[in-house]
Design a protein around this ligand. Structure first.
Ligand code: CMP
Length: 140
């Protein structure tokens, strides 16, 4: 099934100049870049983005972290895009990730884990709408 997923290049990867590398790696898997922007999330938007984690012990910390510096957000589209991206990212904790995955190669710890990607079609729709208007998602 053709899907869209939201990815965020997190502050640790931005600091290392990896936005192009990470997005390029996903494009190299056949995914199409259909929306892209660089922004600094405020706390309210960060809380909305991570709303499913509200109440968990790491919630405040992950909200502070994602809003601590500019990030790059993108929408990638393709067959089974959500799963393709999740496999390419590797598990949430980089110390458990294969070196061949984005988090395994570039992530530092469970919070500074280089990239966020949507985990289901429902989450993707919600996350994409939080970052992009319909006319910022381009058909080509
Ligand atoms: P992400 O895919 O952006 O979604 C939620 C984020 O919370 C996750 O990546 C991690 O970076 C961060 N996080 C911090 N601690 C934990 C934890 N114990 N379990 C899951 N996610 C965590």
């Amino acid at each position: 099934m053709r899907e869209r997923s939201l990815i965020i290049v997190k502050p640790d990867a931005m600091a290392k100049g990896l936005a192009g590398t990470i997005i390029g790696r996903l494009q190299g898997l056949g995914l199409k870049l259909v929306a892209l922007k660089m922004l600094r999330l405020d706390k309210a938007k960060a809380r909305q983005h991570y709303a499913v984690h509200e109440g968990k012990p790491f919630f405040d910390s992950v909200v502070d972290y994602i809003s601590s510096a500019p990030v790059v957000a993108a929408v990638l589209e393709g067959e089974e895009a959500i799963d393709v991206i999740r496999k390419a990212m590797g598990p949430t904790d980089p110390t458990r990730a294969e070196k061949s995955t984005i988090r395994g190669e570039f992530g530092l710890d469970i919070e500074k884990n280089a990239i966020h990607g949507s985990d289901s079609p429902e989450t993707a729709a919600r996350e994409i709408a939080l970052f992009f208007t319909e006319d910022e998602i381009l058909d080509y």
